[in-house]
Design a protein around this ligand. Structure first.
Ligand code: SF4
Ligand code: SF4
Length: 324
């Protein structure tokens, strides 16, 4: 069953839903668009390309307390009800990728509580957000396949196709059938992003490349070790933990930084830049796939667009697939 909702009714819906939930959505911030807490849904730019930072920080904050020390240590759980509106399919795919890690072996209650209490309304893409995006190759866009409660796809008449991806999403559509209208039209779910590649071939090609030091030194030579590619990546989740006398805090870390693998003896196993760069590529394009059957890159293109060292990640991938 396909549904449609007009732009005005979408704002009405968000006003209604956000009465008892914190609304997080894109907002114009100077020349950029960032995910923020929203007071007035009519401020949300519905035609934005993509945000500079993905909204992963609402599940894994850049800095956060995870444990309070008192007489008895207690986990810090954020169980506020939230609605994340306007997340693009690539960034949703990044969160699904992070779920694998935070659910495995030891469940991360801090992260999982935020996941469980957040309703997700995704906004599919109807055009390429960035010349560097390759979401289609990675199976992460332009339309989300799962992970949303409701997904919206813009229609030519300035309204949105809507579909539910969960019981909660289905209920919202049913309960608001004055806002959602049934339609026999079907949305466009393809966007031409140019020539793509097969990520499974990449997994296989990486089998023989680990010891090609010359190659890894060459492709990483312009990297200035800023860690931006990790921090802006919707699926990078590595963090560091620090204790104070009253609490345990965690904050984003980066495998591109030299201190990331520093041991107590001060030995640094990945001291050379190329080893860190290679680690990032293998984790994203081989090891995560072998472990979880899904890729740890969504093809959002941010690591290319915002890299101050002009490291051409997509070209490197294409080079590995074609030439190496
Ligand atoms: S964003 Fe570019 S320069 Fe910065 S660490 Fe990543 S590859 Fe290196
Ligand atoms: S590795 Fe780059 S293209 Fe892939 S999801 Fe991360 S930032 Fe986006």
């Amino acid at each position: 069953m396909n549904w449609k909702i007009s732009k005005d009714d979408l704002i009405n819906l968000l006003n209604k839903i956000s009465k008892d939930k914190l609304l997080i959505a894109p907002l114009n911030q100077g020349k950029d668009v960032m995910f923020c807490e929203i007071n007035d849904p009519s401020d949300i730019p519905l035609d934005y390309a993509n945000t500079v930072k993905p909204p992963k920080e609402f599940f894994l904050a850049q800095q956060e307390t995870i444990l309070s020390f008192g007489k008895k240590p207690s986990a810090y759980i954020d169980d506020r009800k939230k609605v994340l509106f306007g997340i693009r399919p690539c960034d949703l795919s990044g969160i699904i990728s992070m779920d694998n890690t935070f659910r495995e072996i030891v469940e991360d209650t801090n992260y999982l509580s935020k996941r469980a209490n957040t309703l997700i309304i995704a906004l599919a893409c109807t055009k390429a957000c960035d010349e560097n995006a390759f979401c289609e190759s990675m199976g992460a866009g332009p339309v989300a396949k799962s992970g949303y409660d409701i997904q919206l796809i813009r229609s030519g008449d300035d309204s949105f196709f809507a579909s539910s991806g969960s019981k909660e999403g289905e209920m919202i559509i049913k309960e608001n059938n004055g806002l959602f209208k049934k339609t026999s039209e079907t949305p466009l779910d393809k966007v031409d992003l140019g020539v793509g590649f097969d990520p499974i071939t990449l997994v296989k090609k990486l089998d023989d490349l680990f010891d090609d030091i010359e190659f890894w030194e060459d492709v990483s030579k312009t990297c200035i070790r800023c860690a931006g590619c990790n921090y802006l990546c919707p699926s990078c989740f590595c963090f560091n933990v620090k204790d104070t006398s009253s609490e345990r805090r965690r904050g984003w870390d980066s495998c591109m930084l030299r201190g990331f693998t520093r041991e107590a003896s001060t030995h640094i196993p990945r001291n050379e830049l190329y080893t860190r760069f290679r680690q990032r590529m293998y984790h994203k394009y081989k090891w995560h796939y072998e472990r979880y059957d899904s890729h740890m890159c969504t093809g959002c293109g941010r690591c290319i667009t915002y890299c101050p060292g002009n490291v051409p990640y997509r070209e490197i991938i294409e080079r590995i697939i074609k030439d190496v």
